[in-house]
Design a protein around this ligand. Structure first.
Ligand SMILES: Cc1cc2nc3c(=O)[nH]c(=O)nc-3n(C[C@H](O)[C@H](O)[C@H](O)COP(=O)(O)OP(=O)(O)OC[C@H]3O[C@@H](n4cnc5c(N)ncnc54)[C@H](O)[C@@H]3O)c2cc1C
Ligand SMILES: NC(=O)c1ccc[n+]([C@@H]2O[C@H](COP(=O)([O-])OP(=O)(O)OC[C@H]3O[C@@H](n4cnc5c(N)ncnc54)[C@H](O)[C@@H]3O)[C@@H](O)[C@H]2O)c1
Length: 455
């Protein structure tokens, strides 16, 4: 159903990622006429070029790291990543997504258009030769790598290209010290590459607990990754088969040769092609400016959700889903649901993993609350010692007045599971005492919970 004879719809959705798909299908289920547009193979970032394929690769890197942790303690053989086999395995998760997404739209009776959407006026969208009119319009166009304005920027690869690498270059440089660089550097290093991370100050992963970040950096250095802090890249040049990065490090000239340089220096809302002025849609560098119901502050028929919205939500998949559900509710009944961002967990999928939910120690101290900070080295605890999970650290921040959990920060091989327990507690207001009183299966990281929550 890629052509509609009538080009007027109740809803036009721009983008087929997590946010766009969710709103389009939910509104269609309620009987709305819906059109959805995307210039790229349908399905968006998370499933095709982000979280999901990334974690297939991270899973293999994790298995190598875990087995090395028990070397000499029962594990003998050296495991190694076979890059082309791993990429072929990753492909099995990704291929077929555009076709199955199109099929889903077809079956639901959603009209789909391939092309770059842009506003023609407040309620009209241009896509190729077509002009569609929508009672309501959802902008769900995601994010793209930020422009760095450095000479030779066009020579930089990005996360999407990394996820499709047929061969792993011997030396890889990541520019920026955020999620993408840490995760991909870990994968590349475990797969045998010589890896560098170039970060412009000395605070990588700036939203995470600095003590745990320091321990993660030390662990990654131990794996052979070289960090260049306070380093800026000013130029990228071709050199033979590879590239040379030139810039400054601590004020001194800096030069690095590599087979591949990857952009890991932040992503920005994808609004460049949308002609937002024609639609009367206000936006700034945080994205489409929305009110607490995710409605454009300047065009009441337009909503935004996911990475492109200028909402307080982090650019993460669970937030794209949360915002999509809120927008759907607000489309069906005006101003009915405000998204609840309380306790948004975030995980860096390195090994060990770094995970965080709620306030950092610094934020909790600034809040003026009377707090208790439990900083715990768990490496010697049975749960972690039995699998050689070291370093294994946590910092839990409690409110002394009522025993509520204000923040949880974990670095270890089980951090993904542990952070979800803390997220449940914080989102639903369970206190340290209630969590400690919960019976967890033994011996698991859950059964250690009470030791992290001592008041
Ligand atoms: C490498 C990487 C790893 C990540 N890992 C994680 C993770 O582990 N966990 C996590 O929670 N989050 C992760 N994220 C973030 C997560 O992928 C995003 O938050 C999520 O995909 C956002 O969904 P969305 O629907 O807002 O946008 P997207 O899924 O990006 O969809 C936007 C769609 O809009 C389309 N589009 C763009 N411009 C137009 C236009 N003019 N007209 C029509 N369509 C347009 C695009 O082609 C795209 O298909 C990762 C991101 C990256 C890049
Ligand atoms: N596990 C996850 O949830 C996950 C994984 C990957 C990506 N993501 C999402 O994708 C977004 C983008 O990821 P990212 O890693 O590109 O961004 P990021 O915001 O996590 O980190 C980018 C870092 O690069 C630094 N930087 C900016 N310009 C620089 C320059 N010229 N030189 C050196 N350093 C520079 C920034 O200060 C920042 O610390 C994230 O914000 C996140 O929302 C999430």
């Amino acid at each position: 159903m890629n052509q509609a004879s009538d080009h007027t719809f109740d809803l036009i959705v721009l983008g087929t990622g997590s946010a766009g798909q969710s709103v389009a299908t939910s509104c269609r289920e309620k009987g709305w006429s819906v059109a959805i547009i995307d210039p790229r193979p349908f399905g968006g970032t998370c499933s095709q070029h982000g979280c999901d394929p990334k974690r297939v690769l991270a899973g293999a890197a994790e298995i190598i790291a875990r087995s090395r942790s028990l070397k000499g303690r029962g594990i003998e053989s050296e495991n190694a990543i076979n890059w082309s086999e791993l990429m072929a395995f990753k492909k099995t998760f990704v291929e077929g997504i555009p076709e199955s997404t199109e099929e889903k739209f077809e079956q639901a009776g959603i009209h789909y258009f391939y092309g770059t959407a842009s506003f023609a006026d407040k309620n009209s969208i241009r896509v190729g030769e077509n002009t569609l009119t929508g009672g309501k319009i959802l902008i769900a166009t995601g994010a793209q790598p930020a422009k760095l304005s450095i000479q030779g920027e066009e020579l930089l690869g990005n996360s999407e290209g990394f996820l499709d690498l047929e061969e792993l270059p011997k030396t890889i440089a990541f520019i920026g010290g955020g999620y993408i660089s840490f995760e991909f550097a870990h994968i590349a290093a475990e797969a045998g590459a010589n890896v560098h991370i170039i970060h412009h100050n000395d605070k990588p992963l700036h939203n995470f607990d600095p003590d745990l970040v320091k321990a993660l950096v030390a662990q990654m250095e131990h794996l052979g990754i070289t960090f260049h802090f306070n380093a800026t890249t000013e130029k990228i040049l071709r050199s033979g088969e590879g590239y040379v990065l030139e810039g400054k490090k601590n004020g001194e000239p800096f030069r690095l040769e590599c087979g591949l340089a990857v952009h890991g220096a932040g992503r920005v809302p994808n609004v460049d092609d949308l002609d937002l002025e024609k639609g009367g849609v206000a936006a700034d560098k945080k994205g489409v400016t929305v009110d607490e119901y995710l409605r454009s502050v300047s065009n009441p028929d337009v909503y935004a959700a996911g990475d492109v919205s200028g909402s307080p939500g982090l650019p993460l998949t669970p937030i794209a889903g949360l915002e999509a559900r809120a927008v759907t509710a607000n489309l069906l009944e005006e101003n009915s649901v405000r998204p609840n961002y309380t306790a948004t967990p975030s995980i860096v999928f390195t090994y060990p993993m770094l995970a965080s939910v709620g306030m950092t120690e610094e934020q909790a101290r600034e809040s003026g609350k009377e707090i208790k900070v439990n900083t715990v080295d768990m490496s010697g605890w049975y749960t972690y010692k039995r699998i050689g999970d070291s370093p294994s650290m946590a910092k839990i921040i409690l409110d002394k007045s009522d025993g509520s959990i204000l923040g949880a920060h974990v670095l270890n091989g089980e951090a993904d599971h542990l952070i979800n327990y803390f997220t449940i507690a914080m989102r639903h207001g369970l206190t340290a005492e209630q969590m400690s009183d919960t019976l967890f299966g033994y011996p698991t990281e859950g059964s250690d919970m009470k030791y992290l929550l001592e008041m």
